[in-house]
Design a protein around this ligand. Structure first.
Ligand code: DGL
Length: 261
């Protein structure tokens, strides 16, 4: 049982920012990373579609022999985490924007949240703000097109720069002192976001907390260990279309295979 891998999925390559934290904390585990590139971006898709797709992916990953699942996508979590939990017996770690830690850190009482339209419109996000940040001003900034531009044009492209100019300026103008990176693609442009904010602003991403949560979950279910640090990366799109970006983001060459859930 312990010899199976941990499945990690996202709409594309954003979840690699989470995978990096997972491997940093649990390097001995084996990982299967799935980028659902064929359907990127998730952020503008209807909730019903994401639910159906999420369940299909989770079931296929379970069948493939995953011992646990990390939903490395805020949008998929917001739309489908409950449906996925109901559909599979796999231990699951889902992630959500770090509104709670942001609320605890903010001194100005103004926090910014950068995320996809679908995440910000979800009931789950409304609940999160209601439970942890009701006393604060929460600037929920949807970033349509950003995840896709990071992936297809590159994090340092003029397209990404123009989108960041538009999306980050309102947060800086309103005096936000904490910015939540509520989409797993955005840590790839963290420096560019920080440059557009006043000095001293805190950016929060969820890689580390998710890695700690996975460790707790694997320990509690007796599933920790048994791997050899193997990593396999797959996409529902054409591997040759993502390979260069994977290598650039990851910082070293990774083989990418095609996989269809
Ligand atoms: N990486 C995803 C997230 O964390 C979504 C990007 C997209 O496909 O729109 O929300």
């Amino acid at each position: 049982m312990n010899k199976q891998s941990i499945a990690v999925f996202d709409s594309g390559l954003g979840g690699l920012t989470v995978l990096r934290a997972l491997r940093g904390r649990l390097p001995q585990e084996d990982y299967f990373y799935f980028a659902d590139t064929r359907f990127l971006p998730y952020g503008d898709r209807p909730e019903a579609f994401l639910k159906e797709r999420g369940v299909l992916i989770a079931e296929a990953l379970a069948k493939r022999g995953a011992k646990a699942l990390v939903i490395a996508c805020n949008t998929a979590t917001a739309a489908a985490a409950e449906a996925i939990r109901a559909a599979t017996a796999l231990p699951i770690v889902a992630l959500e924007p770090g509104v709670k830690p942001a609320a605890a850190l903010s001194k100005t009482g103004v926090i910014g949240v950068l995320a996809t339209t679908r995440t910000l419109q979800s009931e789950r996000f409304q609940r999160l703000v209601g439970n942890h940040a009701n006393h604060l001003r929460v600037l929920a900034q949807a970033c349509p097109g950003l995840a896709e531009a990071i992936e297809t044009q590159g994090p340092h492209s003029p397209q990404v720069a123009a989108l960041l100019d538009a999306f980050v300026a309102p947060l800086a103008a309103a005096g936000a002192d904490v910015v939540v990176l509520g989409c797993t693609h955005y840590p790839w442009v963290a420096e560019a976001i920080a440059r557009r904010m006043p000095v001293g602003v805190t950016l929060l991403d969820t890689g580390e907390p998710v890695a700690r949560q996975l460790e707790r979950l694997l320990s509690a279910t007796n599933l920790i260990g048994g791997g050899s640090g193997q990593l396999r990366v797959a996409t529902s799109g054409a591997p040759n279309k993502v390979i260069a970006t994977v290598d650039r983001l990851w910082g070293q060459h990774l083989a990418v295979e095609h996989w269809e859930p």
